[in-house]
Design a protein around this ligand. Structure first.
Ligand code: AN0
Ligand code: CP
Length: 317
């Protein structure tokens, strides 16, 4: 594998899940793969899970790891071409990328959507510069349009917990006070659409996602109807995608909070969320604290998805 930025990079999802579960059974059996190899993780945005789980995954494989928070301690990076650099940004990505690449074998990048420039976001302007100019395999640690390490961990989790061959999986929008990217829901859609699950998306009018990610999924605006018979409820907030409201919060309607009453409509569904989650905005305490909440094992699988991806890249170096 030369890069990991979307579902297509992983090949067969069934094989990827089989490989992941094998790694999960024996995390330390592959230490030779990463010997004398270095992972650089670069964060333009905050992170708890991605930072720790990806570092842990690399250490399980015997790798060395370097972490750089671009906005704390490094020079502020200019990402636009052709600008006169007379502001607060002291260095350009055009130099920073090859310099950083010279110190490592694999680069992980977290760079969220701006939510102000839809074209730049959906063209993955920052992530693609790393792919084009680093000469190294690049792993998305959540870029503007996708969060594939999360979606892979979500898929592993569903495969572990499902009791039906073709479970009903529902992605539900839920309220949040701040504008969030569409990367997590986009990516979740992309991975669910790659499977043969019964996949349904529910959200208020105005929150339609990019049709490229929605694909053949069923969109049901009536949340109660969407929840009927569900085996997995996957909650996430996102800001509007459609013009002219790109990146805006259109609603904070608390009737979309995932409550016990809403979960009662499902087939005793498991509750999932990528975390971090705002309690009693996205999900009621009684749901996230219930025995059907699998948010912790879901987050734990981030180590497994990252290790599976790193192992595949290291094998092809
Ligand atoms: C980010 C998002 O919604 O994309 C990261 C989620 C993994 N969430 C927040 O910024 C709260
Ligand atoms: N789910 C996830 O990616 O969490 P962090 O933003 O904490 O990395």
């Amino acid at each position: 594998m030369k890069k990991f930025t979307c579902v297509n990079d992983i090949g067969s999802w069934r094989k990827a899940v089989r490989d992941a579960l094998e790694i999960k059974r024996n995390k330390f059996a592959y230490k030779h793969l990463g010997q004398d190899k270095t992972l650089l993780m670069l964060f333009f945005n905050s992170s708890l899970r991605t930072r720790l789980s990806t570092q842990k995954a690399a250490m399980n494989l015997g790798m060395n790891v370097m972490v750089l928070d671009v906005n704390q301690g490094a020079w502020k990076l200019e990402t636009e071409r052709g600008v006169i650099m007379d502001g607060d940004k002291a260095e350009h990505l055009l130099e920073a990328i090859p310099v950083m690449a010279s110190y490592c074998d694999i680069i992980g990048v977290r760079s969220f959507a701006s939510l102000t420039d839809k074209e730049a976001d959906y063209n993955e302007k920052i992530l693609n510069q790393f792919i084009d100019y680093s000469g190294r395999p690049v792993i998305s640690m959540e870029a503007a349009t996708r969060h594939p390490l999360q979606s892979f961990a979500d898929l592993i989790t569903i495969e572990e917990y499902k009791t039906k061959v073709r479970p009903k999986v529902v992605l539900t929008w839920a309220p949040h006070p701040k504008a969030l990217p569409q990367a997590v829901p986009n990516s979740f859609c992309e991975w669910m659409n790659a499977t043969d699950y019964d996949f349904v998306i529910t959200h208020p009018h105005g929150y339609e996602l990019d049709p490229l990610f929605v694909g053949n999924a069923k969109v049901e605006y009536d949340r109660d109807k969407a929840f009927e018979g569900a085996d997995f409820i996957y909650a996430k907030n996102w800001s509007a995608y459609a013009d002219p409201n790109y990146g805006k919060v259109l609603s904070t309607d608390k009737s979309w909070t995932v409550t016990k009453e809403a979960m009662a409509l499902t087939d005793n569904a498991y509750f999932m969320h990528c975390l971090p989650v705002r309690r009693n905005m996205i999900v009621a305490d009684e749901v996230i604290d219930s025995s059907r909440s699998i948010v912790i094992p879901e987050a734990a699988n981030r180590e497994i998805s990252a290790q599976t991806v790193l192992a595949k890249i290291l094998s092809d170096l």
